[in-house]
Write a protein that binds this ligand. Sequence first.
Ligand SMILES: [Zn+2]
Length: 280
Amino acid sequence: MTHFYDAHQHFHFDALTPHRATIDADLRKAGVHRAVVNGTCEDEWPVVTALARHYAWILPSYGVHPWDCGNRSPNWQSALRTELVADPHAGVGEIGLDRWIIDGVKPGDPRLTGLRVASMEEQADVFAWQFALAAELDRPASIHCVQAWGALLDILKMTGRPERGFLLHGYAGPVEMIPAFTSLGAHYSFNIQLLEPRHAARLENFRQIPLDRLLVETDAPAKAPPPESNRFPLGTSASGSEINHPANIIFAYEPLAALRGVPLETLAVQVEENFLRLFL
Ligand SMILES: [Zn+2]
């Protein structure tokens, strides 16, 4: 049986809470061995810890996401270090840079309700500190980047980096930057959403990425496949979008294998090796 690994998701998010038992059973049936569950702000960290104790397939990761950067508490740094020291397998993430929330978001977008949007400078400081902590403890860092690829590369070059490498989740940067990121230790996770026609250029990136740096992700509960191909329907979230079931990971492997021209089983063995090297 093929073993599947989800490099990036959020099992603890409210949209999945009523479905936890179903999802757990479906993941076992589907052959999903491990998934990295990313806490994105201080309030979420203890929830992720509790879930990781309960579900053996969870690899917890803790970080301050760029969207949550402006709302961090005064002692967020010691709280983050405490979480990481308590679990030698915990990663750092989701951390990163997001220029879209500063100059791309439409005013009144409900996703930003209650958030103080941090400037790029503030985001960069908070990201660089967390990435340095990942380097110090040699933990896998899971990075979110939207419209800030040059700034990200500058920080990655300046600071120490985790020896095991780091993940650029759902990589959507320019194809020309892949060699530079790869030389610094980047791994890249493919999301089934990249198959949408509007993401054709991003899909092309995944032909160029070295096979030993490829991973696969759902980003569940976000980014559900279109309803007609969503084989694990969970209904819609409070915001009205289709909820993405983490077991949809199995449907992301097939198109990636086709894109790379390798059999599914060959890809799965390679992704397993990459996942275990980076995250365990
Ligand atoms: Zn995420």
